[in-house]
Ligand binder design. Structure first.
Ligand code: VGL
Ligand code: ZN
Length: 242
């Protein structure tokens, strides 16, 4: 082996060592009070609605537990955006819209594979309202999504067809937001897709894990963290924030 090659091997090993080290540290890399939201940060509160908590149409286990965590976090942010899953009756993401299909099955749609859900978060119903104890009075925008009858939208930025923006990316960019902190429901669907699209659109993205709860369907939670980590989404806890 030539000297140059040996040096390259060493460089690669060292580089790999650093990468493994950082990945292995996970959220422990963020010590308490070390992550500081600034005027160019926004807190995204995803789908904290009756449909996704106990007693709702698509309950996420422990979904209501995110409410006090988010209420407290909101005080640290100058910019807060809330989202609502906001489906039409008979929406294509509902199993009931497909004869013979059951909730939590899969269906091939023109835009890709779609999990079929129980009817949930129908526009204007109590089920689709924000959780009554969610107190984020400083929120500046409410983004509703999933209102096109034939297309789902887990992400707050982009519908599931991958080409219809909700407008949130433009809104945040026009307001000079560079970093988003994603919270809410559910970790492995709307939170993850929102965080991944935030990265795609060039935002720095954090997910505040204890301000989320997951559906965890066939390993979807582990898969979501894996793809988020691969795309540079940072996993933190609410105690990591000042
Ligand atoms: C969601 C499934 C269906 C979510 C929305 O908010 O994570 N999950 N619709
Ligand atoms: Zn939905």
């Amino acid at each position: 082996m030539s000297n140059t090659n040996r040096r390259n091997v060493l460089v690669k090993l060292t580089y790999a060592g650093v990468v493994v080290g950082v990945a292995g540290m996970g959220h422990a890399a963020f010590a308490a009070g070390k992550v500081k939201p600034s005027a160019s940060s926004a807190l995204l509160v995803v789908d904290v609605q009756n449909c996704f908590v106990t007693g709702g149409t698509l309950p996420v286990k422990g979904g209501e537990e995110v409410v006090p965590v988010i209420n407290k976090l909101a005080a640290s942010f100058e910019n807060v955006v809330v989202t609502q899953d906001w489906h039409t009756q008979g929406h294509a993401s509902f199993a009931s819209a497909h004869p013979g299909e059951k909730p939590f099955g899969m269906k091939k749609m023109p835009y890709g594979n779609q999990v079929l859900w129980p009817d949930h978060c129908i526009q204007g119903t109590d089920d689709a309202a924000l959780h009554k104890d969610l107190k984020v009075p400083s929120a500046q925008l409410i983004v509703r999504k999933g209102y096109h009858p034939k297309v789902d939208s887990y992400s707050a930025f982009m519908e599931a067809d991958g080409k219809t923006p909700t407008g949130l990316g433009g809104y945040l960019k026009q307001r000079g937001i560079k970093t988003v902190y994603v919270t809410g429901l559910a970790t492995d669907f709307c939170v993850a897709w929102t965080a991944l699209d935030a990265r795609k659109m060039g935002f720095e993205a954090f997910v505040i894990e204890d301000a989320t709860r997951a559906i965890d369907l066939n390993g979807s939670l582990a898969a979501a963290w894996k793809s988020m980590s691969a795309k540079g989404v940072k996993r933190i806890q609410s105690a990591d924030l000042v």
